[in-house]
Ligand binder design. Structure first.
Ligand SMILES: [Zn+2]
Length: 363
């Protein structure tokens, strides 16, 4: 069953900006369960559709199963699920329509018994562009749960322990233009920008760093522009940088370090474009421990933990002190043309999920 659901979900080209197609996919999902004892609410926040399905008429179910329906773009053939051996290829198979498919299969499986449970399914459509109008906004509107399953991190069953934070910044450099033959009359904005950026870069370890998990702060100069001609001194240049930080440093501390360096550069302007704090999961929470124990029973081995270099919507739940579990079955290639999930592993994910709900979602 889960495979045919996933096939259908992959066929919707649910790019984050395509609200209409996302809404179609959410409506299709809802139509599959509307005869069951569930309540549903569609939201449109900032234009982005979301769907909350609960077994009780509440925005605060005990256990919430969350997934994002939106995907990043791919070639047209990626929107047709293809099986090669036990691998299912297609956009969103791993990131993360497999989860929505598992949730739907589980709801159908529980069927009329759902009335004995206190659980919810949340589908949002803006995770790939930050989650501001999905999970973040819904939590601001009062969405809560005791525990959230949000399998958008880790791979090969490893459980995500935390993720790095990220800061995106624009760096503007103002100089003074003059003819390139008379450099003493001008001030080169590009030279100044590069000098400044080099000093920032020196705050970060350089690669190869020797750390197998690269659990350190990183700096990337992602964009740079400036100048008109080789024989002219540029009076303006700008760059965009991306910094990733571990939980050892807060965003405020990092910004303080950058501004300290900036003090020596009055002609440089720094603007924070976005900032996401690093996080750690709440691994002492009783429902988290229970999920891990169900996983270990089914997999017949100890759970493995991992840390992520990117962030997902799990961080918003953690900001509200809601424990989450984030793990994925065997699969990979997310955001690439070779995205896949292993069907056997996906079915096992469904088994783990169902056992966890049977044991913990009754109220
Ligand atoms: Zn490294």
């Amino acid at each position: 069953m889960v495979k045919s659901i996933l096939k259908r979900l992959v066929s919707y080209k649910t790019l984050s900006a395509d609200h209409a197609t996302n809404l179609l996919a959410l409506r299709w999902f809802y139509n599959q369960v509307k005869a069951l004892p569930v309540h549903a609410k569609f939201y449109s926040l900032g234009g982005f559709p979301s769907l909350l399905i609960t077994t009780r008429k509440t925005r605060q179910p005990k256990i919430l199963l969350a997934a994002h329906m939106d995907v990043v773009n791919a070639s047209p053939e990626m929107f047709r699920l293809q099986q090669k051996g036990t691998k299912l290829f297609g956009r969103g198979t791993f990131d993360m329509k497999f989860a929505a498919a598992s949730y739907l299969a589980t709801l159908k499986d529980l069927g009329p018994r759902l009335k004995d449970y206190d659980l919810g399914v949340l589908l949002t459509t803006d995770e790939e562009i930050g989650g501001e109008h999905g999970v973040k906004a819904l939590l601001q509107k009062g969405l809560r749960c005791e525990f959230c399953v949000i399998p958008d991190g880790g791979s090969n069953w490893s459980i995500e322990q935390g993720a790095k934070g990220a800061i995106q910044m624009r760096v503007e450099s103002v100089g003074k233009s003059a003819h390139g033959s008379r450099i003493w009359q001008g001030k080169n904005a590009i030279d100044q920008l590069i000098k400044f950026l080099d000093q920032i870069r020196a705050l970060f370890p350089s690669e190869p760093c020797g750390m197998p998990d690269h659990w350190h702060h990183t700096f990337n100069l992602g964009q740079i522009s400036g100048g008109m001609a080789a024989n002219s001194i540029p009076d303006y240049a700008e760059a965009k940088i991306n910094i990733r930080l571990t939980e050892k440093t807060s965003i405020a501390q990092m910004l303080r370090r950058l501004r300290e360096i900036k003090r020596n550069y009055p002609q440089i302007k720094l603007t924070v474009l976005s900032a996401t704090a690093p996080y750690r999961i709440l691994d002492k929470a009783p429902l988290f421990r229970k999920f891990v124990s169900v996983l270990e029973q089914n997999r017949h081995r100890k759970a493995v933990f991992t840390r992520s270099h990117g962030a997902c919507d799990a961080r918003y739940f953690l900001m509200h002190d809601i424990p989450v579990v984030s793990l994925r079955p065997v699969g990979g290639g997310h955001h690439s043309e070779e995205e896949w999930i292993d069907l056997k592993s996906l079915e096992q994910f469904g088994t783990v999920l169902k056992q966890f709900l049977l044991e913990n979602a009754k109220r």
